[in-house]
Structure formats: structure tokens, C-alpha cells
Design a protein. Structure first.
Length: 221
């Protein structure tokens, strides 16, 4: 098996993964058939932010003896082969190496697929909850805005009515003052005219009798 892997690696078809001390040597990989749904998941904010290690850990998936990602890399390395030849090569590797079985990465892939599906479902639930919360906030904000705007418009209406009343009162007061002034002016004009008339009549007495009186006085002398 090692010779076949070395041959494939030299041909550039595969890349051997170095042994990892962090992967425990277990006979059967732990597969969680129903992983618990993670809680309080954040909404992904951009590409490249998916933390699969945390997702799998929260789902209770233990490290596999031969993880699915390793098999994917092997498949990618054999991508130059046609599908049938690639399948035969991988089956030959599986048969020649007793340290792993094709069931190991397949079980690991199934568990991780289920974990990703649960994570995606939880993200959708979180998004729907956020949408409902946002809609409730928008509704409350709209109601508050309508209430405040309604109160302001009511105050504006009351102020406009107060302005109209004040304008009317001012106009009435101005008209009353102007009427009094007009009446006083007319009365003064009438009085002045009467004074002029009386003065003229009084002055006419002097014109009529003043000369006669002067003549009589001269004759007497």
C-alpha cells in the first residue's frame, strides 16, 4: 500500500498526509446520528467566516481516524483519472491498508453533513427570529413616530387657531382705534368749521357797523 501511495505521489496524483499526533487511534469513529442543534449561533457576516471546527465540536463529532476531508483531498489528487479508475484505485488502497476503512470517511462525512444541515437550519431560525424582532421594532418605531407627529400636528393646529384669533383681535382693535380717530377727526373738522363760521359772522359786524360808528363820531366832533 505504501508503495502505491508513493507512486501516486510521485506522479503528482495524490499528496500523502503526514501522521497527526492529535488524532487518537480509535477502532470505530464516533458518529453522532442526531447531533444537538447549536444555540446562539451568530449570523455569518462574510465569506470565509465559516468555522467548521467549532460547528463539528458543538455537534459532538469526535475526530475521525480517517476524516472525510482527507478522502476528499485524495479524490482531488486522483482527479486526472476517470471516475471508474479513481474508484478502483481508492478501493485498492482501502483493501491494502488495514489501518482505515472507506466506511470511516463516509461515516465522518455523513455526521458532518448532518451537523452542517443543523447549523444551517439554526442560522435560518436565528435569521427569522431577527426578522421578527426587527419588524416588531420597526412597528413600534412607526407607532411612536405617528404618535409624536400627531401630537405635534395637533399643537400646530392649536397654535394656528391661536394665531388666527390673535390676528382677528388685532384687526378688530386696530379698526376700533382707527374708527375713534376718524370720528374725532370728523368732529374736530366740524367744530373748526363752526368756529370759522362764527368768527366770520362776528367779523362781519365790524365790517357792517364799524365804518358807520366812525362817521358818527367825526360828525359829533
Amino acid at each position: 500500500m505504501k508503495g502505491m501511495l508513493n507512486f501516486l505521489e510521485k506522479a503528482g496524483l495524490v499528496k500523502n498526509d503526514p501522521p497527526s499526533d492529535s488524532i487518537p487511534a480509535i477502532a470505530e469513529p464516533a458518529v453522532v446520528t442526531q447531533p444537538p442543534a447549536p444555540t446562539a449561533l451568530p449570523i455569518e457576516t462574510g465569506p470565509g467566516t465559516l468555522d467548521t471546527d467549532t460547528i463539528y465540536a458543538n455537534a459532538g463529532i469526535a475526530p475521525a481516524l480517517y476524516p472525510a476531508e482527507r478522502l476528499l483531498r485524495l479524490v482531488d489528487g486522483l482527479s486526472a483519472m476517470d471516475p471508474a479508475t479513481r474508484l478502483m484505485a481508492i478501493q485498492a488502497m482501502d483493501a491494502a491498508d488495514e489501518s482505515w476503512s472507506i466506511e470511516d470517511p463516509l461515516s465522518d462525512a455523513a455526521a458532518k453533513t448532518q451537523a452542517l444541515a443543523a447549523y444551517a437550519e439554526q442560522l435560518q431560525a436565528n435569521l427569522q427570529s431577527l426578522e421578527h424582532e426587527t419588524q416588531a421594532q420597526l412597528t413600534a418605531a412607526t407607532a411612536r413616530q405617528e404618535q409624536v407627529v400627531g401630537d405635534i400636528r395637533k399643537q400646530i393646529t392649536e397654535l394656528e387657531a391661536l394665531v388666527a384669533r390673535e390676528l382677528t383681535r388685532g384687526a378688530q382693535e386696530a379698526a376700533s382705534v382707527e374708527a375713534r380717530l376718524k370720528a374725532a377727526s370728523e368732529q374736530t373738522q366740524r367744530t373748526l368749521a363752526e368756529i370759522t363760521q362764527r368768527s366770520q359772522r362776528l367779523q362781519s359786524l365790524s365790517a357792517q357797523f364799524g365804518a358807520a360808528t366812525a362817521s358818527t363820531s367825526t360828525l359829533q366832533e
